[in-house]
Ligand binder design. Structure first.
Ligand SMILES: NC(=O)c1ccc[n+]([C@@H]2O[C@H](COP(=O)([O-])OP(=O)(O)OC[C@H]3O[C@@H](n4cnc5c(N)ncnc54)[C@H](O)[C@@H]3O)[C@@H](O)[C@H]2O)c1
Ligand SMILES: [Zn+2]
Length: 395
């Protein structure tokens, strides 16, 4: 294991624990421009310590929050690591700290958990001035956002993502929601946060596979929108994975910028936002067919990106060099990329067609015309998918 556990009192990582972040690249702020719903995303080390003061500024509350409630949705592990810092920072800014500690895990991203949170807010008699703060991975962020969007018709919402995946993906763009029965993210809304605070130091406690999972989304961003960034990430893949790269903040910020730009163009996912789904059609099917406990999301997306490249090759859309570059970076990061023989192409086709992003019973594939240029809307027959997936089994 190369991950480390920061203590409550000292978040700088000791050499004894094996890992330290490389010296920081410059702090970054990304503005997401959505008219009145615009907000800043800060990518700064130790920014957790400034959570309270940033809320005062971004929520335009003046010099003190005057006892306004900050309801912090968090899970026990994250609370153990970072709860004290969050509490201190909020209380110093005059917020009343109300921790709402939820059991971790995708299986708890449900309406039942939402109901439990509503009940706690109701019992504490919080008013509409309450701020909902999500501190955690995508599960906490999506659920907290849904609570914020719906409780009393909308409360201010702040994201403090602590997984790499949440930092570069789920905390950006305002999709909030929960799972329903077997369907992921079926119940939800678009609800933008008022600010997002990314503290790269939180990644030091994140298990290796979780970190790598987030890296898949960074690779995806380069693949769909920026060939130079793809190369930048590929050249530094080991350092980014081990957190020894001084480009960490730059890579996080650039991925956020790519996603933010797409979201600015298509906030409600009626068009161009679909390109963010590169690798996700087969990826989601692989996750579902393996019961969500074999692959981390990013690992399934890695497999799905290769599938999309091979489908693109079959159609004459994706040049083999592009597939080669994707395979190369995934291999260097140690991602799975071939399709396990226990996963049948016909099952992938069936499950992909059920995906909520499918239209009229056919999956909608995002393909690469080259690195940095994604397209959608291709007519992809089942025979093509099957041929590509059979090739992927043999990789
Ligand atoms: N809203 C969106 O646009 C969007 C986009 C992508 C994914 N998602 C959602 O995000 C979720 C997945 O998010 P995730 O990958 O962050 O998973 P997650 O929230 O389950 O977090 C993964 C694990 O890491 C732990 N963890 C979190 N931060 C940590 C830290 N700093 N140190 C140690 N452990 C830590 C968590 O407790 C959990 O066990 C899914 O529910 C998915 O649907 C949403
Ligand atoms: Zn994803």
């Amino acid at each position: 294991m190369d991950n480390v556990t920061p203590t409550k009192t000292n978040r700088t990582v000791s050499k004894k624990n094996g890992q330290k972040l490389a010296s920081a690249s410059k702090p970054e702020t990304v503005r997401v421009n959505l008219d009145k719903r615009s907000y800043n995303i800060y990518i700064v080390r130790n920014i957790l310590e400034r959570l309270g003061s940033i809320l005062l500024k971004d929520l335009r509350l003046g010099a003190s929050a005057d006892g306004r409630v900050a309801a912090v949705l968090i899970n026990p592990k994250i609370e153990n690591y970072y709860g004290k810092i969050v509490q201190k920072s909020l209380e110093e800014a005059g917020f009343q700290y109300l921790p709402i500690v939820l059991v971790a895990g995708e299986t708890y991203k449900t309406l039942q958990t939402v109901r439990r949170v509503y009940k706690m807010l109701y019992e504490q008699a919080v008013d509409r001035r309450t701020v909902i703060v999500a501190v955690g991975g995508g599960v906490i962020g999506d659920l907290a956002g849904y609570v914020a969007a719906t409780y009393q018709r909308g409360l201010d919402f702040i994201q403090v993502p602590t997984t790499l995946l949440a930092q570069v993906d789920s905390s950006v763009g305002g999709k909030v929601g929960v799972n329903f029965e077997q369907a992921k993210n079926l119940i939800g809304s678009f609800y933008q946060p008022r600010a997002v605070l990314v503290d790269p130091l939180t990644l030091t406690s994140l298990p290796f596979r979780e970190r790598r999972s987030g890296l898949a989304e960074i690779i995806k961003c380069g693949a769909i929108a920026d060939a130079d960034f793809f190369k930048f990430v590929s050249d530094d893949i080991t350092g980014l994975l081990r957190l020894t790269s001084s480009n960490l903040e730059t890579a996080i910020a650039k991925s956020i910028k790519i996603k933010a730009k797409v979201v600015e163009e298509d906030e409600r996912d009626n068009g161009i936002r679909a390109i963010l789904n590169f690798g996700h059609t087969v990826g989601h099917a692989v996750e579902a067919l393996t019961g969500y406990h074999v692959y981390r999301h990013g690992e399934a997306v890695a497999i799905g990106m290769v599938s999309a490249c091979l489908i693109g090759e079959e159609l004459g859309v994706t040049p083999p060099e592009t597939t080669g570059a994707i395979l190369n970076v995934l291999q260097h990061a140690g991602f799975p990329f071939h399709l396990d023989e226990r996963i049948y192409p016909n099952d992938v086709i069936r499950v992909s067609a059920l995906d909520k992003k499918s239209i009229g019973g056919s999956a909608r594939f995002v393909l690469l015309e080259r690195l940095g240029k994604a397209t959608v809307g291709h007519d992809v027959s089942n025979d093509i998918i099957k041929a590509a997936l059979l090739r992927q089994r043999k990789l």
